[in-house]
Structures are given as C-alpha cells and as structure tokens.
Design a protein around this ligand. Structure first.
Ligand code: GLC
Length: 804
C-alpha cells in the first residue's frame, strides 16, 4: 500500500502506570498496554483520544487483575517487563518492540530515518510495519489458498463468496490479483477472515514463534511478500493487538483460544459421515439415499437438505409438496439411525406476504442503507434483505425462528452465504445499527457470519436444552469456533483443490478453528473415479467429513463411481468409524485446549525444519500421521516422518523418525502411520451410525516405541450428545506408556463418575509392530495370541507390563 500520505503519531508526551499496564500520551492520541498474562499483552491506540473497548465480537475472555509487572522509565524509553516479555516503547518518536526474557525478538517495528514509522495512519486507516528476516516463516491467517507458510504473498481479509459473479470488481478488491478466478488455487480473499498469524524465527538450534491477533473486523491487507519487513493495514477501526510471546506454537494457540474461545464440545454424530448435495430432493428421495447407505453398509450419520427443501428458497419454510410430513420423514431417518441437517441462508426474500419478511420489516430488524431504506441484495430467491445481526434483538428474533424450525426434529443447521453474499449487488450500502448509531458496512462485514452463528447457536440451544449443538458455517471471523464448524466452501473436484485443502484446513486449525473439512470429492466439476476414491480416503481422516456436490452435476454418492470406489469409500469410512473413540477424544481435548485436530507437523515438531516445511501431510489428532495421495496414478509417495517411531497402520512395519520414506499407496489405502508411545482407542467393528452405539468391547491399539520414554494418551467417553459431561458424567482414561529397555509399562487412570449408557465389559489390546506373547496385568500373567488379548474392564484403571 502507498503510505507516503500516512503520518506517525509523534512523541510520547506522558506516561501513567495503570492497574493493568500503562497509558501513554502519544502526539494527540493515547497508547495503552494491558498485561493480560505474563506471556500475553494487549496493545491499543485511541482514535480522537478515545479507545474502542469492544472492537469486535471475537474476544470472550475474562481476567481478574493483571499479573505482576514492572514499569521502568528512562530518558529514551519506557519498558514494561512481565518476567516473560519486555515491551520497549521508545519516546522520540514513539516506537515499539518486544523481547522474551532470553532476549529473543517477539517483534520489532520497522523504523524510518527519523526512528519512527512502525505505526502510521491516514484518516480512519492505519498500517503497522515490522521487521522480518528472509528466512523467517509466517503461519496462520485462517482460510487462505496457497502454501501453509504465508511468506511471499499478500493477502486481503474480506469475507468473500469466491464464486460470486465479478467477485473482484463487486467488492472493490482491485488490490488482489485480478488474473485469478474464484476457482483458482491462488485466489484471495476467501470466505473467512482471521487476523491472527504466527511469526517463526528459526536458527540451527530450533525455532521460536510469536503470535499476533489484530482485533479489528475491517477489510485488511497483509503483506508478507517483502524480504525484510511485513505489514498489515486495516481500512478502518482502531489498532487493538494481542501479542503472544510463545515461543511454541501450541502455547500461542492455547493463549489465542483463551482470548477468542474454543470449540464447544460437539455431538459425536457430527464426527460421523455426512451426506449432502445441492439437489431437488423429495422426502422419499432423501430417505432413499439413507436407505442406500444402509443397504450398501456404508457408515453414515447425517443426511443434509440444501436450499431445494424450502418453498421458493424462502428461509424457515418447507416445500410442502415435496415434504408433506417433515416429522414423519425425520422419524423414518431416526429409525435408520440417521439425523437431518438443513440449510438456512441469511438472505430473506423481499416479498410482502411472506411472514419472515413481513415480521422483520414491521419490527425493523433488517439492515438499512444510509438513507434508512431496506438494503436489498441478491441471493437464491432473488431480491433479498438481511437481518442486522449486530443488534441483540435481531439475534434473539433469528434464534427464535431457528428454534421453531428445528422443532420438527432437525438436528443441526447449516448456515451459508453469510459473508454476506449479495450476488450481483455490491454490499457496501448495507449498514448496521449498534447502540443507536448507523455503522458503515465495512465495520461488520467480516463479522456477519460470526454473529449469525451466535444467533443460530442460541436458537438451537433453546430448542434442545441440555443437548450439544451442531452448526456448519461457510464464512467466519476470529471466534467462530465457539459456535460453528466450517467447511472450505465451493471447491473443485480436481487434484489441485484436494492438495490445497490440506494447508487450508491446517491453517484453520492453528487459527482456532479445529472443526473443518472440504467438500468430498469436490463441489463443482466431475471427479474421476480415482479422485473420488482418493478424496474419500483423505476426507475420512479430516475433522469434518461430508460428501457434497453442486446442482446439475452427476451423482457423487460413494456408489456412483462403480464398485471399486464404493468398496474403497466403505473401507475409508469404516476406518473412520472404528477410530471414532480416538477422534472423539481428540475433539473433546480440543474443546478444552484449542489444539487443532488436522494438525500441521510443525505443531508438534517445531524445531524440525522438515516438519515446518511439510504441508502435504498432517497429524490427525496427535497420534496418526496421514499422507494423502495427491496425484493420479500415484501408488507410492514421499512422506516425512518426524522424530520418534512410526508404525505403518496396515502392515505394522516400523520406521525410525527423522527421515523421508517412500510409502506404498496402493489404490486401496491412504498412507497412515501411528506414533510410537501412543494408545489409540477404537471400536472393534465400525458401526453404521453413532446413534445408540455404546459397545461392550473397546480396542486399545498400543503403538510400542523403539526409544525409551514416557508417553501420554487419552480416552474420553460419555453419552456423546448431552452436556452431562460438564457435571462429571463421563469417563476419562489417561494412559501413561513407559518404555525402559525392553520393558513396557502401561498405567491407566480414570476420572469422572460415568454415564448411564456405558456398557463396556472388556478391553481388547492390539499390539502394533511388535510381538508380545505374554503380559502382566495387576500382578497376574496373561497370554497374548496373535498380537491380541482381551481383558475384563468396566471402566476401571489398571497397570500392565510386558517385554518386547
Ligand atoms: C453455496 C454453498 C453450497 C450450496 C449452495 C446452494 O454455493 O457454498 O455448498 O450447495 O450455495 O445452497
């Protein structure tokens, strides 16, 4: 961005210590630092002398008083020292830098000749420029195309329906690369904007990361293209930045999700397989799809209805010709152990006589233009108006509409077109009311989906008190993870989009959104049978696993590509369903810690250069390494295995980490490696659905490491659907596996007081990649046959040991 007209703030004119940090006068403005935790600072700059204390709806934390810190003043600078972080503020001119207690850099302003220039402003916009070295990496920013490492590119944060007509011109996105179309794997901007990133500095001894969250919802440009500086500029709003000292990526993510919240515990059925299609189903048509899943013995939990179920795309209505008896249809689904999710768009058809429109207009609940008229955009039903979700009364109204909509038994809601997409009409005339003032569109555009998700969540919670909610959203902003899962929007059935979805999903994971997945096997275009099989194998190993395709395309059900793809899809989904106890435990953990589920290798192996550079493979949970096949005809692929022991899930072959291997990838399977030391819980057989599945036998897969050490794993069990776990109705087993020379010990400790559906009577131990013929359990000896042994267990802790 051209910054020659921008100006600095000036010199520091006063300094005051506050209870939480410090307040400084800088030129005619104020700068404030709040010490939130020893490793977490919030920096703010006022506009016209006033601070905006609620810049967005992203932050949701509470702190009770600042931790101890020191404020040290000298002639040239002011230092805030928390013990973990030293923030250095230079006085003349005002400038910032921050260091860890070991002296390593968290950030440093880029200074011009006069010594200033880190923060510049013009009218309502500002730009921050900082130093970077050519070999540093940048990660994060949520849903972006391209490589996982963001260096070498510029990005725009402006929630965008990438397939909207004339998308670049419509939204004034001329800074973006105008040679691209929304289907390009380099297109930017995307549906979701998350102004949060990691700056990673590495040397021969390892890597240190710092995190930065700019709490501002306006359109932003972020520039990581230059060799020695990076910058971010926002077109409006105030500078509010959270600075995370790290130095590990997982510390930063834990702190970032402390600030913006964590995914609510999902219902277990949302982790099953979902079948969706943009298609004109009737009730019998969708029930037939469910029956086909059952007849063909392909696991599935959820059927979805896209916009075709509505009466003329009017939200909160049903086409009663096609769906004459919705509760009866849902009851039939339930009998087949299936649930139903329906779509709801924010665009309300502008049509007198349609009750949602009439009521919203009468109560003044829709967005207006500056002149006070209803803002009209274009979505599926044609001319549409948009609820003003910034207002709490509008969120309450929409929540109530949702509550009534799901009374028929609908299990979850899919919210779409919530960038908001306005089709052929520019969005800018759409304004928002807050605190009785009329706000420009830019202020809330990027937060529209977050607010819609908040309101929908409220409606579902009211409809089903005590049950967990499931919402899927297309667009999002920082904090969306508290209310909704997300998918990666309208992708294309080609190998490039399959490849791209890996770094994109991993980046969402490290940007606070763990519940993520791409349409399988691509939304638009026609996948080859091979791509369909490969995508299903990959999709079955991602957090959100849903088949979807565009209207007018040919069938893309797992059985639509012939018996070969059907068999492979079944096998892939059976593997997912067998692994559900493991996947579910990873989700429950993520809801407590913020850990990603589809996680980049750098998350666990930050000091390993190859791990930092890997963006075509990932860990699914913390114990399985997945290396999808990304090209046609490929029957083997290069896989980097980080430090440790890795055991081929299918063959039991052991590999020492810290090397690249060539993994066999025959069409029947996706390369999958289990991490030494971990214990992976699984069902003994794949259920067709999670509904009422509380088996008597649970498998524990023991992945014995080659190296000595102590390794922890967790199994979380509860009813999977209610919030009973919050008051102790769960069983959580923490396993500690220790290897010392040839002796392996496992101890299991159990917390929680259990839940009524718990039926377990035995654990089946499965040993991977080593031969064990006897083991000691609570002092007694037991024989192991063929790598398997079943031990009686009704949820108690135990101690066992064996020799390898
Ligand atoms: C949007 C969604 C897509 C959906 C379609 C119709 O394009 O991204 O998933 O099928 O709208 O509702």
């Amino acid at each position: 961005m051209e910054t020659s007209w921008f100006s600095p703030l000036g010199d520091v004119v006063f300094v005051e210590k506050t209870a939480d940090g410090a307040l400084l006068g800088v030129g005619e403005e104020k700068f404030r630092v709040d010490v939130l935790r020893p490793d977490l600072l919030r920096l703010k700059i006022s506009q016209a002398g006033t601070f905006d204390e609620n810049p967005t709806f992203a932050a949701c934390f509470q702190v009770s008083g600042a931790p101890p810190f020191r404020l040290i003043e000298d002639e040239a600078s002011i230092t805030i020292d928390t013990g973990r972080v030293r923030l250095l503020i230079s006085r003349r001119p005002f400038g910032l830098s921050a260091y860890r207690s070991d002296g390593s850099v968290i950030f440093e302003d880029q200074r011009d000749e006069a010594g200033g220039g880190g923060y510049l402003r013009l009218n309502d916009s500002f730009i921050v420029t900082r130093r970077i070295t050519p070999h540093d990496s940048i990660y994060g920013l949520g849903e972006k195309t391209g490589h996982f490492d963001r260096r070498g590119r510029k990005f725009i944060l402006w929630n965008t329906d990438v397939l909207a007509p004339n998308v670049l011109q419509r939204n004034h996105l001329h800074e973006a690369d105008t040679t691209l179309t929304g289907k390009s794997t380099r297109f930017d901007p995307y549906y979701t904007s998350i102004p949060f990133f990691y700056h990673c500095r590495a040397d021969a001894d390892g890597a240190k990361m710092a995190g930065f969250f700019i709490d501002n919802g306006y359109k932003a440009s972020v520039d990581f293209e230059k060799r020695n500086t990076y910058s971010f500029s926002f077109s409006g709003g105030q500078y509010t930045e959270y600075v995370f000292a790290g130095p590990s990526m997982s510390d930063i993510l834990a702190a970032y999700t402390f600030v913006t919240g964590r995914m609510a515990a999902p219902p277990i059925w949302a982790l099953g397989h979902h079948q969706c299609r943009f298609h004109d189903y009737t009730d019998e048509g969708i029930l037939d799809i469910g029956r086909a899943y059952r007849e063909r013995k392909i696991p599935c939990d959820v059927l979805w209805l896209d916009i075709g179920y509505m009466n003329g795309f009017r939200v909160f209505t049903w086409d009663s010709d096609k769906f004459p008896d919705v509760p009866a249809m849902i009851a039939q689904m339930k009998a087949d152990k299936l649930r139903l999710v329906t779509i709801i768009d924010p665009g309300v058809k502008a049509e007198s006589g349609y009750s949602v429109f009439d009521e919203g207009r009468a109560k003044n609940l829709f967005c207006k233009t500056e002149a006070g008229q209803l803002y009209v955009g274009q979505v599926w039903p044609g001319r549409t108006v948009f609820p003003d979700f910034v207002r709490p009364d509008v969120r309450a109204w929409w929540a109530e509409l949702n509550r009534r909509h799901v009374e028929s038994g609908v299990a979850g809601i899919w919210i779409d077109m919530n960038e908001p997409a306005t089709g052929d009409v520019e969005p800018f005339a759409m304004r928002f009311d807050r605190d009785a003032s009329n706000h420009a569109h830019e202020r809330y555009h990027n937060q529209y989906a977050l607010l819609m998700a908040m309101s929908t969540h409220r409606g579902l919670s009211a409809a089903n008190p005590g049950l967990r909610c499931f919402i899927l959203s297309r667009a999002g902003f920082a904090g969306i993870q508290r209310y909704a899962a997300q998918w990666l929007g309208d992708n294309v059935s080609d190998w490039d989009h399959l490849r791209m979805s890996i770094p994109m999903a991993m980046a969402m994971g490290i940007s606070g959104q763990p519940f993520i997945g791409a349409d399988i096997p691509g939304f638009s275009a026609k996948p080859t049978p091979e791509l369909a099989a490969r995508w299903m194998q990959y999709g079955a190993m991602t957090p959100f696993c849903r088949c979807h395709n565009e209207a007018g395309e040919r069938d893309q059900y797992p059985w639509s590509f012939g018996p070969g793809v059907e068999k492979r899809s079944r096998a892939a989904l059976e593997l997912r369903y067998r692994l559900l106890p493991y996947i579910y435990s990873a989700f429950m953990r993520s809801s407590e810690t913020g850990d990603p589920i589809q996680r980049p290798l750098v998350y666990d192996f930050q000091h390993d250069r190859h791990a930092r550079e890997t963006d075509d493979a990932y860990l699914f949970g913390d114990a399985l390494l997945v290396a999808p096949v990304l090209a046609p005809g490929q029957t083997a692929r290069h896989v980097y295995l980080p430090q440790g022991t890795w055991v081929d899930w299918y063959t039991g072959e052991r590999h020492a980490g810290g090397q690249f291997i060539t993994a066999a990838a025959p069409l029947d399977r996706i390369p999958l490696f289990a991490r030494g030391g971990r214990i992976i819980p699984a069902y003994a057989t794949a259920p067709s659905s999670t509904m009422d599945h509380y088996p008597e036998v649970l498998e524990l897969h023991l992945i014995v490491p080659d190296e000595d050490g102590e390794f922890f794993s967790q199994l979380h069990e509860d009813d999977g659907i209610t919030s009973g776990f919050q008051s102790g109705a769960f069983r959580r087993t923490t396993f500690c596996l220790t290897r010392q020379n040839d002796r392996v010990r496992v101890s299991a400790r159990v917390a929680g007081h259990g839940f009524p559906e718990f039926r377990r009577r035995a654990l089946r131990l499965v040993f991977h990649g080593c031969s064990v013929d006897r083991l000691e359990l609570q002092g007694g000896e037991i024989r192991v046959n063929g790598g398997l042994v079943e031990i009686e267990n009704r949820g108690e802790g135990f101690e066992l040991s064996f020799l390898v």
